[in-house]
Design a protein around this ligand. Sequence first.
Ligand SMILES: [Zn+2]
Length: 266
Amino acid sequence: MSDGNLVLPRSFAFRETPPDGANDILARYGITSDTMTPDCNITLLRDGDRTILFDVGAGQEFMPSAGKLMDAFDTLELDVSDITDVVFTHAHPDHLWGVRDDFGDLMFPDATYHMGQAEWDYWTDPDTVSTIDEGRVTFAVGAMNRLELLADQINLFADNQEILPGVLSRLTPGHTPGHMSFEVQMGGEAVMIVGDSIVNHHVAFEKPAWLSGSDQDPELGAQTRLALLDQLSTAQMRLIGFHLPSGGWGHAERRGDGFVFVGDDA
Ligand SMILES: [Zn+2]
């Protein structure tokens, strides 16, 4: 389901100065202006009695181009009370802030919420707001305000756990300290929900080792991205990326010393 899109400076794809060749790569993907407008894709999994959301989008307080999830609910004739479980990849605004409605209450009141223990511990630590870098202070304040609403309904989990039937947690840190991906195994098929561990379809695939300005720990983020792309391409496993085109659906193919994203509707 679409939550709309973000509007970001292109510098977000790198740290400060673009590496040699960066502009050529972006141009090949049609990005020639100073801004990028990546999609936001929320995964809905319906499995018997369970209706599971992976991340909830940005809500109304982050940016006007995002927070459109309720339009997708209307199209599918889905009600917020239908959601039994909400699983978070991480606690950034475009993934978490939609958890709170316009009245300050939980958007999905009947759901059980699930988040990796390390991610929860980081964003609920009162010291985070003073230790995080300046550009991310609003992320920390926004996460704290929302996570405190979830305290009674949260299931915290570790790496490599079956958190729901057929849904396995895969720790993929770097973008945030406790970022999680999820391997969904159903009917003999597997798909990896990668969240923001592979955050775009251009430089993150072609030059996975380049440090990304969107990763809180860029070195760890690059290490995670390389390992995940290696695994997904070797296993030929489908993936869903939160900010990738084709609704996020596709797979990774090895190309030269990097990879390429092949979207399902390509
Ligand atoms: Zn994101």
